[in-house]
Design a protein around this ligand. Structure first.
Ligand code: FES
Length: 344
């Protein structure tokens, strides 16, 4: 939301420097933009949900400078608290706020997490909810991932399925008794003990609201990353088209199909396109050719779209090669796979 100040001089052309501590970050705010909007445009993640001054997630303290509350037009006293979604800068500002994070400024930290819920939601997928003792001290971007660190094993990485503003951290974990490492994680999560997690990881995320329409492509539990992105976007003013293709081998693997369908019903920019191997006469190729073919057939304007892909390296690289050949610029393709499984 943009607010316009009535001012004798042309304030709309003013740009103020906003400094944040203790994170030592700063960004520019154009007069008329709320501090939350300006931070998002600079790729700085600030916890936020309601964007109208109610949830208090974006609370900060004014250390110096002049700022105005957009609701009552009062200036904010030094040392006073403010909601960044309801504040305009009238000068350069210094603010104190916990849990902010710059784009690409990933410094993963370890936390002890309480396991609030572990629920089987399909024949082989569990939904896990974790709670951190001081949630406000943690910030991450939509689409990032974390590791669960168990004693004597390598870290296990999972996409975060919840929005950065959500109180609980949600994971979707695929596990079967035969799949020893994943089952070990589920056993640890259901033991009643707290677990150590490390986050945030990953650069293939939304540090700010994208400027182009989005194409989201997931295979299997790659849906978790899409859920974080969609939850985040629905909290913002993003209104460009979002197309989501979800590929699975069998109908029963589409473990939250009803949720994706609900997004389509409730959120006008969103289109859900399920791609199920069972629907094809031919065998699922194992290389996700069917999913990639379906995405390509969408015939989008590849110069005006940002693509986020989550799934196995085989799917992601097959998709990336096909889209780049179709004309998508490399800079418009995002996937964690490029980071954790780079091609030689
Ligand atoms: S008070 Fe809810 S986002 Fe600012």
């Amino acid at each position: 939301m943009k607010f316009h100040l009535i001012a004798p001089n042309d304030m709309a052309s003013d740009v103020f420097r906003i400094s944040l501590s203790p994170a030592t970050l700063s960004f520019d705010a154009v007069a008329g933009d709320t501090l939350l909007t300006a931070a998002a445009q600079a790729g700085i993640a600030v916890p936020a949900a309601c964007r109208n001054g109610v949830c208090e997630l974006c609370e900060a303290r004014l250390i110096s400078g002049k700022a105005m509350n957009t609701r009552n037009q009062h200036t904010i006293p030094i040392a006073g608290r403010l909601m960044m979604c309801r504040t305009l800068a009238l000068s350069d500002l210094e603010l104190e706020i916990d849990a902010v994070m710059a784009a690409g400024d990933n410094q993963p930290r370890k936390f002890q997490a309480k396991v609030v819920d572990v629920r089987s939601i399909s024949h082989d997928v569990y939904r896990v909810e974790l709670q951190l003792p001081r949630r406000r001290e943690l910030s991450f971007h939509a689409g990032q991932y974390l590791s669960v660190d168990l004693p004597d094993t390598d870290p296990c990485y999972f996409s975060i399925a919840s929005s950065p503003s959500a109180e609980l951290i949600e994971l979707h974990i695929q596990a079967t008794p035969e799949w020893v490492s994943a089952q070990k994680v589920i056993d640890a999560l259901t033991s009643g003990e707290d677990v150590t997690i490390e986050l945030p990881h990953g650069r293939a995320c939304l540090a700010s609201i994208p400027e182009k329409p989005l194409l989201l492509v997931a295979a299997g539990t790659g849906f978790a990353q899409v859920k974080s992105l969609v939850d985040y976007l629905r909290e913002t003013s993003y209104d460009k088209p979002v197309k989501f293709y979800w590929g699975v081998r069998r109908h029963e693997d589409m473990y939250l199909r009803s949720l994706a369908q609900r997004w389509q019903e409730e959120w006008p920019p969103f289109t859900f396109l399920p791609v199920v191997g069972d629907d094809e006469d031919n065998e699922w190729s194992g290389h996700h050719d069917q999913l990639v073919r379906t995405v390509l057939a969408a015939g989008m304007d590849w110069n005006n779209v940002e693509v986020h892909a989550s799934g196995s390296p085989a799917m992601v690289y097959t998709l990336m090669d096909a889209l780049l050949e179709a004309g998508l610029p490399q800079t418009a393709f995002f996937s964690d796979v490029l980071e954790y499984a780079p091609r030689d």
